[in-house]
Design a protein around this ligand. Structure first.
Ligand code: HEM
Length: 178
């Protein structure tokens, strides 16, 4: 059975893969490689976090959420350091010029708030804002599709999963308010 230690090891695997690829000189375009792996890992873990919440596997939810934030933040560092050498002026220009970048930025700000308030003492007071996770899913998914400029077959399972998640949540909500 899955326990927290095993889950921790599983969640570090993308990072291990990144380090392994560098050590083996397998990477042709570092920036592209890191954008792709950190972005897709973050989005995948975001879905896993929401699933853990919906199927009431609450003990895994916090770890999944914090790893989502970790990979999303790495993704942002790729943008800020590798792509724009931390040139604040250029970063702000790119962010305001390209809608998909500001959608990503809004998602990261929301993910940061969710990560900070996921710790016990704060979670009790701020648990309601964790519903924002559905907004984050929608924004990041739109961000990812807009960055690729097309919807590919690989995106369909995520779209389906999002629809199922939202319908499950609506059903749960209706049961509570009935
Ligand atoms: C400040 C926040 C963010 C910035 C500046 C940003 C920037 C970018 C950029 C520039 C790309 C295009 C990369 C390319 O040229 O191929 C991209 C793609 C992507 N981003 Fe973000 N992003 C941000 C937040 C996020 C977040 C929070 C997530 C997920 C939780 C995410 C997931 C993705 C995904 C999945 C892709 C497509 C990767 C691929 O398959 O090529 N991004 N992002």
């Amino acid at each position: 059975m899955l326990n927290k230690k095993t889950l921790f090891v599983i969640l570090t695997l993308p990072l291990v893969y990144i380090i392994y690829s560098f050590l083996n000189d397998d990477v042709v375009d570092i920036t592209d490689f890191l954008y792709e792996i950190t972005g897709n890992t973050a989005i995948f873990m975001l879905f896993a976090t929401t699933l853990a919440s919906v199927v009431k596997k609450v003990k895994f939810r916090k770890m999944l959420g914090l790893f989502t934030f970790f990979y999303a933040f790495l993704h942002f560092l790729v943008f800020a350091f590798l792509d724009f050498q931390f040139d604040i002026e250029e970063i702000l220009k790119e962010t305001t010029d390209k809608p998909f970048i500001y959608l990503g930025s809004i998602s990261l700000i929301m993910l940061t708030i969710l990560a900070i308030t996921s710790f016990k003492s704060l979670f009790k007071r701020f648990s309601k804002i964790h519903k924002l996770i559905y907004v984050v899913i929608f924004l990041t998914f739109t961000h990812s599709i807009m960055s690729e400029k097309t919807i590919s077959l690989e995106d369909l399972p995520f779209i389906l999963f999002f629809i199922i998640l939202v319908s499950l949540k609506i059903r749960q909500y209706k049961k509570i308010t009935r």
